[in-house]
Design a protein around this ligand. Sequence first.
Ligand SMILES: *[C@@H]1O[C@H](CO)[C@@H](O)[C@H](O)[C@H]1NC(C)=O
Ligand SMILES: *[C@@H]1O[C@H](CO)[C@@H](O)[C@H](O)[C@H]1NC(C)=O
Ligand SMILES: *[C@@H]1O[C@H](CO)[C@@H](O)[C@H](O)[C@H]1NC(C)=O
Ligand SMILES: *[C@@H]1O[C@H](CO)[C@@H](O)[C@H](O)[C@H]1NC(C)=O
Ligand SMILES: *[C@@H]1O[C@H](CO)[C@@H](O)[C@H](O)[C@H]1NC(C)=O
Length: 702
Amino acid sequence: MWIASLPEIRGELIQRVQEILGHGDKNEATLVVLGISTTAVVALTAYYLITRPKSLVPAWADLSVQSVALEDGVRGSPLAENGKYIYYFFEDAKTLHEGFKRGMRVSEDGPCLGTRTGPNKTYEWMSYGEVYERAKNFGCGLITKGMKPCTDSFLGIFSHNMPEWVIAEQACNMFSMVVVPLYDTLGPEACTFIINQTQMPTVVCDNSERTKALLDQIGNTPSLKCIVCVNFSDISQEIKDSAAKSNIELVSFTSVETLGSNNKQEEVPPRPADLATICYTSGTTGNPKGVMLSHENLMSNVAAVLKTVDINGGPSDIHISYLPLAHMFERGVQALAFQLGARVGFFQGDVKQLMDDMQELKPTFFPVVPRLLNRLYDRVMAGASTSRIKRTLLNLAIRSKTAELKRGIIRKNSWWDILVFRKIQNLMGGQVRVVITGSAPLADNVLAFSRCAFGCPVIEGYGQTESSAGMSCTLPGDFVGGQVGPPIPCNDIKLVDVPEMEYYARDGKGEVCCRGANVMMGYFKDPEKTKEAIDEDGWLHTGDIGEWTQNWSLKIIDRKKHIFKLAQGEYIAPEKIENIYVRSPLVAQMFVDGNSLQSCLVGIAVPDVEVLETWTKEQGIPGSTMTEWCSNKTLKEAILKDIQQCGKDSGLKSFEQVKDIYLFPELFSLENGMLTPTFKAKRAFLRKHFAQQIADMYKNLS
Ligand SMILES: *[C@@H]1O[C@H](CO)[C@@H](O)[C@H](O)[C@H]1NC(C)=O
Ligand SMILES: *[C@@H]1O[C@H](CO)[C@@H](O)[C@H](O)[C@H]1NC(C)=O
Ligand SMILES: *[C@@H]1O[C@H](CO)[C@@H](O)[C@H](O)[C@H]1NC(C)=O
Ligand SMILES: *[C@@H]1O[C@H](CO)[C@@H](O)[C@H](O)[C@H]1NC(C)=O
Ligand SMILES: *[C@@H]1O[C@H](CO)[C@@H](O)[C@H](O)[C@H]1NC(C)=O
């Protein structure tokens, strides 16, 4: 064989594989090497020799002391010199409006917003200048129609991600008006509440369905006078009639632009301290709360992330926009992209087509939610499990790259990338250089896999809408999972005692509190809730329980609210347990419950349909639907055993393990009311909904 004629290459490979295997078994190593195709081997070796890896840890960062101590247990970023927060990244970009103008300048009026109209189509781009011109026209149009260019003017946007979203937002930024996103998942009552509370006169709406939803509630929203429809051809005569009857003006987006282009106005640029947006968040109960964020809040947050992650971005960067713009995470990433002069490409609107869109767009920024990474991980693992050589290679690849990660090296040009991970990287277009994840904890193995497979920094962030999105993020080059990194340089963090849960700051544990340039101005028209959230000294209380790691990075370990006691007085933090149980590939979602009358826990588990499809076949479990499978006792016992094993492996105490579960065939979702818009379980609702099943389980256990 050809490989045998290159003894030195084979020798080096065998030696490398032996190192990686860690036990120096030459026969096994030789077998592995012979399993690799010879052409790949040559390419790999050449690559290895010309690509000496470098560490990614930024020069300023010390991974063993990630944050600095300020007074009274407060900790900050080493990048905030002398405790001085960062308010902006570029001197000429202190508001969202200035950020966009900077992007227009540094990209030399380069491509700004891209869309794609079908699976085999290319992206079509609108330049920065075109977007700016359209935003200006749209803003002038709104003003001509009676909106005042000031921060008391609210424009609702009720739409999925699309260029008009950004155009409307930039119009507001240009004329000091305020964007208020509406979103379906809050439910119709919440939209009504928001329109009524802000007294907004105008909403931009993408399609007929959402227009109809607004018109259906019109009796409760007397302030609403005008709906601007992005796709006017989608609006039926029936809807037009209904609007006319309610005295609502229905106009097309382009007609507002045309109106504006004939009635030009002077721009009214905002100041940094001006209100930029009100982003409503829902708690588990009560009305949604309007988080008021200023330009400075947002720009400081973006600047702090840019400083920390040090991506050295510019006009050649491309962001894939698919996470909802109604949330601050996506808004933040776009604000970051615009001030760099980067491109923002929209997905077609269907998450199933996301990979296809990415292959065409070739993004360099890829923000993700953990669920997406979990799915990718499960798929790759399932794919590899079909062949012994594939499995061995994948495991070796992960082990080898993990060893590199531990030296702070992240790259995509190692032989393992070419051999194993290149395919995964190509799924995402092959150019991704930063992955940012947040919103829920990521399992260590999934995080480690992602870091290996993507060959780029996978940054895990932590924060909430009230902090403009981010409060902390992991440092590039830090491979340790299960943590959310040190404070970013726009804010400080301290941990505050929660005696009822026995968390004390003196032990490095407590409720995470945040103070800084990114902390919201308050809740709109709700001084009481504002006072509950932000104390007199300006500390935002998050309700999350954190712990300082040995290296002074933050780790989220619990949630303040959802704690209950079992009969013998043991404290239970159900979310911690759920996060462990969903590491079982069989389980997609989990709800753990109990109360002080019971001595043990029970749970509701939603199995992972994709995994069950193959797994049930292997195990000979009859049926072809989730409902059939979920009623099978054998399957239930198997899942119970598997999650209990996960619990054991993660060090759950025996009273923290569920003793029985009920299998529910349908995912918890916003639509069925089981998730909050931030994708957390609606615990009170679930408890009520499954009251019978929970009671039955306890009856059988007693
Ligand atoms: C702390 O940092 C050191 C390297 O400086 C690393 O070896 C260790 O694993 C880290 N520990 C944690 C818990 O982050
Ligand atoms: C897209 O292109 C592929 C291959 O070029 C082809 O097989 C597929 O049918 C095309 N799909 C559509 C919707 O045109
Ligand atoms: C609208 O707001 C007013 C006060 O601003 C309140 O009295 C009224 O009940 C609200 N209506 C709805 C439907 O929320
Ligand atoms: C606009 O609506 C029409 C009619 O429903 C539809 O065919 C078209 O695809 C829509 N255009 C866009 C860009 O969504
Ligand atoms: C459940 O699956 C097992 C196979 O694992 C099968 O023997 C049993 O009959 C199934 N039970 C029902 C009620 O379908």
